[in-house]
Ligand binder design. Sequence first.
Ligand code: NAD
Length: 302
Amino acid sequence: HGMQIGFIGLGNMGGPMAANLVAAGYSVTGYDPVPAAADKGAAAGIRMAASADEAVSGAGVVITMLPTGTHVLNVLSGDGDTLGLLAAASPDALFLECSTISVDDATTAHALMLETGHRGLDAPVSGGVVGAEAGTLTFMVGGAGEDFAAALPLLEVMGGRVVHCGGPGAGQAAKICNNMILGVSMIAVSEAFVLGEELGLTHQALFDVASAASGQCWALTTNCPVPGPVPASPANRDYRPGFAAALMAKDLGLAADALDSTGVRAELGRRAGEIFRELTDSGSGGEDFSAVINTIRAATAS
Ligand code: NAD
């Protein structure tokens, strides 16, 4: 491929995503300020630049995979010492913003891209580090149809499923709506298991009934919060993630931002964010989010 890709943020997700692009024959120049991330990138065949500005100079496509919306907006606009990606990139570069950020930050970023003569998509992912390494991420994409079409070959290298969700911000909207369902449903399943425990019901009996009845959902049948019924679920390995509780708390915080800005009444989604925050505050942010069952048990009056 003749196309140059600038890749900013080579952490747990960005590192393997960029490595998959290199393996598919793309020329990738990367930047990450953390030396360990930069070394890993270099070992994967990514040309490592000394700055973000340098990494995107001459690139037709710029990919960002950063922790938060603040990081994204700062990197786009620069800080006095740096030009920022918008000024450093070639005119008409296509920006793929893959971090999980708020819908408001995503639409702000998109507007800045257009104002500076670029094209942009929000393209957050699900599938975790395992999906990033295997190239099987799900991409949820917001932006113009022709930009989506241009990005599709790259997204298909890094992902297994790519969905065009609508205009600017629609990818982030899909991501936080899905994770709001997931956060609420994991708490609902966990509450049912704890109530079952108090009522003398075995985990297996509740599982056998609910998994074949109307309580069936991913949180029960794939990521079951008690050990036993689903041998591959994180509960069977002391809640080693999986999907870390801290990331669920972050995503539900973004959902709460969207609830505030839209005025939607979603009491369970909001409360779910508070409960996952309790779990992370107790020092379990690195555990799988299904460990929320322990938060519920801990709050059970004896
Ligand atoms: P991470 O912290 O491992 O990686 C982020 C990287 O960005 C770090 O290496 C950091 O050094 C780098 N960085 C920070 N400031 C920078 C700058 N100015 N220029 C260049 N690089 C900079 O985080 P991650 O797990 O890779 O997650 C990235 C994004 O993907 C987050 O928004 C997260 O919510 C989202 N996400 C993560 C997962 C997951 O399972 N880890 C799953 C889906 C989505």
